[in-house]
Write a protein that binds this ligand. Structure first.
Ligand SMILES: *Cc1c(COP(=O)(O)O)cnc(C)c1O
Length: 338
């Protein structure tokens, strides 16, 4: 429950598509993933010349920074950011300006007033799971003086992806949007993501990318995943129920949680290291908040149904243990904690 992967995995159609594509791996892949871009274009209502497919959205983040902010440029991100939105520019010699979240949410006013060549807005935000609405993003693009990139890795899990998304801004050339097949589509292991934005941005990034970064199996898998909207719907609903359950489980044990629009929940905990270790002892792996820039928290991804049952059992056992320690220390009798 530490890496925000899909609990339900990919569509069954993906396995067949990968098996089918395996017969042709002696050939180089389509460098521009044209059938996939065409399919995405129909799906999103945008021309294929406004889409670039990458080796996960990680590659697209690297290309954006390289083209628009490296060699002394600057990037504005939230503090805490999605790690790669800050690490990538740091590695490429750009200045990173990190603007603290307010109430766990992007402070878009402060970010818009910051001089930078490129802005990364993570919506929903990782690691908090909060969202900003598209109208506020539109106002941001009017004020900000650089290129706006909105990372929508988790947009499928929001209440209404159509209104949360900055896609209309990307279509009209005011922003770029990053999407991935790693989360709702369950393809984290094959590496495929895409960017939607102004054709000039796509042309610029094409000029500096490695031509064969998106392999043939990934292209086939992504195309098959897009074709199974029922699976998309099923994963979306399962995930939304699952994150509600995670919040309930932790709240029942006395923890506060940040309201999430993603496939994970940030839980505020007084003793982060203690809880991470106690959960690990029950076979539950979560992401320590201090590794994400939020000390005093843990990030818990929506797991399989079995995982959810195990989490519930673990959290209630830990809460009981804490209660019995408190009782024991009142009566000053030693006690074993399970
Ligand atoms: C998981 C995640 C991604 C996905 O990256 P890929 O390289 O496509 O696997 C992108 N952005 C954010 C904020 C994420 O959390």
């Amino acid at each position: 429950m530490a890496s925000n992967e899909s609990a339900l995995g990919p569509s069954a159609a993906v396995r067949d598509a990968i098996a089918g594509a395996a017969a042709s791996v002696a050939r180089y892949p389509d460098p521009l993933a044209t059938p996939l871009r065409e399919r995405l274009g129909e799906h999103l209502g945008v021309g294929p010349d406004q889409i670039l497919v990458g080796n996960g959205s990680d590659e697209l983040i690297t290309l954006l920074v390289h083209a628009y902010a490296s060699f002394g440029g600057s990037v504005v991100v939230a503090d805490p950011p999605y790690r790669l939105h800050a690490l990538t520019p740091e590695l490429q010699g750009a200045t990173v300006r990190a603007i603290p979240l307010r109430d766990w949410t992007h402070d878009l006013d402060a970010m818009a007033g910051t001089r930078a060549d490129l802005a990364f807005i993570c919506n929903p935000h990782n690691p908090t799971g909060t969202v900003v609405d598209a109208a506020r993003l539109a106002r941001f693009t009017e004020r900000f003086n650089g290129l706006t990139a909105v990372d929508e890795a988790y947009v499928d899990f929001t209440d209404d992806p159509a209104t949360a998304s900055a896609l209309p801004l990307a279509k009209t050339g005011r922003a770029v949007v990053l999407r991935t097949f790693s989360k709702v589509h369950g393809l984290a292991g094959v590496r495929a993501g895409y960017l939607v934005g102004p054709a000039e941005v796509v042309t610029t990034l094409r000029a500096i990318r490695a031509p064969f970064s998106v392999n043939a199996l990934a292209q086939a898998a992504a195309l098959a995943a897009l074709g199974d909207q029922e699976h998309w719907q099923r994963v979306r609903e399962y995930t939304r129920d699952g994150r509600r359950r995670i919040a309930e489980i932790f709240q029942a044990a006395g923890y506060e949680t940040v309201p999430s629009a993603a496939n994970f929940v940030l839980v505020l905990v007084p003793d982060e290291r203690g809880l991470v270790a106690a959960l690990a002892a029950h076979g539950v792996s979560v992401r320590p908040g201090s590794s994400l820039g939020v000390p005093g928290s843990v990030r818990v991804s929506v797991p399989s149904p079995d995982g959810l049952a195990r989490l519930e059992q673990a959290v209630s056992a830990i809460a009981d243990g804490t209660a019995s320690v408190a009782k024991a220390s009142n009566s000053s009798r030693p006690v074993l904690i399970s």
